[in-house]
Design a protein around this ligand. Structure first.
Ligand SMILES: [Zn+2]
Length: 618
């Protein structure tokens, strides 16, 4: 996923009960593992549901096992049957436990014969946590409904009954029917020339973990951007998206030169409606992306570099549990930087790294000690909340430190070897460390001690000698900002004409939390930030202008909040408004109009903020 920042997505806490395996899954992979999934689904827009069946091929590990335990959430189960090698079926007994708030309903199927396959006929709930159903009004083109999934972290179980743990990998086939005018896309090779006939088939031949199961359906046009890449988007968005993402093939080439062949075949990008709560999701073969990166100048396409990088770090070599998620996100953020450097230059790559570093430095001290660790101790961290700045930014900082100590060539070779060694496996932090020690740390002695490695991985905070990239342009911006705040430089004399998106982000990020009103008005008069279509700049601008008490920006801030459902770009504006009673009342009005266009995750986050603002005294 692309950075969420440290927004708590749910107030759900991990139950203290320790499970034998992944604490976020009821599955018992020591007894049996799903090796293949066969899905037959119908997309039912009027009822906001998927209905059909999932057939699980089982690899029995324990010859005495008598049950198959699956993860489900809010599924309506119609029947469960065993399927033998000849295709003969026999009904199976099963129980569905009452719903746990975080984990869903444990499903126990009695399987004393340890069948080769189990088939479950079911329907999803209209409120499935992993699916979003948009009426036409909430799409860009407002003509047809749209549906998309977001399975990470533990939401696949709300649309497929399965073993929902990243430690378990399976191949899948899917046959999906939909209305004639809808195009269906999944996290498997997609045919860009597929006719609109309401009948789609997919074959994911590489074993993937459940959080990478993905589906979308709606009014999607396809524009090819290279021999193995295309953009899928609503018709009015497709041309703009194809332009923004025209470097995709170059990105794939760059990543291949660094880390070995792209092993998945096609790499396509699906641009979702604005309600997508994340930046991007690395669904295999088909990245799901937010439309907020379509700013016209490619300044935010490092999001694609990030999702593409997951084709190595995450999708190929996968964190075995949510506790190990830095193996996905930290390594990916590092690889993203390397791709950005080749395509857009060291200046932009260093600037992006610095923005990440500053975000982490600001946040890390306020986080509970355990969540400051790359590999936290067990317990107490929600599966969604594990995707924090620490996993992304401290993780990538650790890898940049390794690169600096061992030299780029040595480290590149090491990382390529790591991806090959663990290809199509799910691994723990400790397995990664067991590989790191002989293949890098001990192989090139004197560069980094094992204690330093352990401090990065298991320590709190940030190691003292963590290297920080130089950025003469950021240094110059620091000087300009200081002079402007001191009153020795007027806003119109800021040397901002050539600032890229990252440089504006940096200038705004480091303004005082509550700047003076006249300073904010002067910036706006000179640089017209109110109403900017660039949501990264807009979010930072509105937060500071609102804090300064500039009510003139409220209508444009409301437009930003309504247009953008991405959590990280919309929540901070809600937070800024909710600091005064009048602002809170305005935020509630905006939310009442905007909420139908938001993903449930965004709705939950805003509602939790309002509840908290009301209980605290203004
Ligand atoms: Zn990611």
């Amino acid at each position: 996923m692309f950075p969420l920042r440290t927004l708590a997505l749910g107030a759900l806490l991990l139950p203290l009960a320790a499970y034998a395996n992944d604490p976020y899954s009821y599955a018992q992979p020591d007894e049996v593992r799903v090796s293949h999934l066969d899905l037959k689904l119908r997309v039912d827009f009027p009822h906001r549901q998927l209905d059909g069946q999932a057939t699980l091929t089982l690899d029995w590990k324990d010859p005495k096992a008598t049950s198959l335990v699956l993860d489900t959430r809010d599924l309506n189960i119609a029947s469960v049957e065993a399927v033998d090698a000849q295709g003969k079926t026999a009904a199976l007994q099963y129980t569905l436990a009452s719903r746990d708030k975080q984990l869903g309903s444990k499903m126990v199927i009695q399987t004393p014969q340890r069948p080769h396959e189990v088939r479950i006929v079911y329907t999803t709930s209209p409120d499935a946590s992993g699916l979003q159903w948009l009426p036409p009004a909430q799409t860009a083109d407002k003509k047809q409904p749209f549906m998309f999934s977001q399975s990470e972290s533990i939401h696949a179980r709300s649309w497929v009954p399965l073993q929902d743990s990243p430690a378990i990998r399976f191949t899948y086939d899917a046959h999906v029917t939909a209305p004639q005018d809808a195009r269906v896309a999944m996290s498997a090779p997609n045919d860009p020339k597929h006719a609109l006939n309401g009948d789609f088939s997919f074959h994911q031949t590489h074993p993937i973990p459940s959080y990478l199961l993905a589906i979308a359906a709606g009014d999607l046009a396809v524009k090819e951007t290279g021999p193995r890449s295309a953009v899928y988007a609503e018709p009015s968005v497709a041309a703009k998206a194809a332009h923004e993402f025209e470097d995709t093939e170059k990105m794939i080439d760059t990543a291949e030169k660094l880390y070995g062949p792209y092993r998945w075949g096609r790499y396509d990008i699906l641009v979702l409606p604005p309600s997508f709560p994340y930046g991007g999701m690395e669904n295999p073969n088909m990245t799901f992306a937010t439309p907020t990166v379509l700013v016209g100048d490619k300044s935010l396409v490092s999001l694609v570099a990030h999702e593409l990088a997951h084709s190595w770090s995450g999708n190929l070599v996968t964190a075995a549990s949510w506790r190990d998620i830095w193996l996905n996100e930290g390594v990916t953020t590092y690889v993203q930087g390397r791709i950005t450097e080749v395509l857009y230059g060291k200046r932009q790559a260093d600037e992006e790294a610095l923005l990440d570093i500053h975000t982490l430095q600001k946040e890390v001290g306020t986080m509970p000690a355990n969540t400051q660790r790359l590999a936290p101790k067990p317990g107490g961290v929600d599966a969604d909340d594990s995707l924090s700045d620490v996993a992304y930014n401290k993780g990538s900082w650790f890898l940049r430190t390794l690169e600096q100590r061992f030299g780029r060539d040595t480290f590149d070779n090491y990382l390529k070897g790591y991806f090959n060694h663990f290809a199509f496996q799910s691994i723990t932090t400790e397995q990664m460390l067991d590989y790191l020690k002989p293949n890098l740390i001990d192989k090139y002695p004197g560069k980094m001690s094992w204690d330093e490695v352990k401090d990065w991985v298991y320590g709190t905070g940030i190691p003292k000698d963590a290297p920080i990239p130089d950025s003469p342009r950021f240094d110059a911006i620091d000087k300009e900002r200081s002079a402007f705040l001191a009153g020795t430089l007027t806003a119109d004399k800021l040397d901002a004409k050539g600032w890229n998106t990252q440089e504006w982000m940096y200038f705004l990020d480091r303004l005082p939390d509550v700047p003076s009103l006249d300073k904010m008005q002067a910036i706006d008069a000179a640089w017209h930030l109110t109403g900017t279509p660039n949501a990264e700049i807009g979010m930072r601008w509105y937060v500071h202008a609102i804090a300064a008490g500039d009510k003139a920006v409220w209508p444009a801030a409301a437009e930003h909040m309504t247009r953008i459902g991405r959590l990280y770009l919309t929540m901070p504006v809600y937070v800024a408004l909710s600091k005064t009673p009048e602002g809170l009342a305005f935020a509630e009005q905006v939310y009442a109009k905007a909420k139908d266009g938001y993903h449930p995750l965004t709705q939950q986050a805003v509602q939790a903020l309002f509840a908290k603002a009301k209980t605290s005294k203004h």
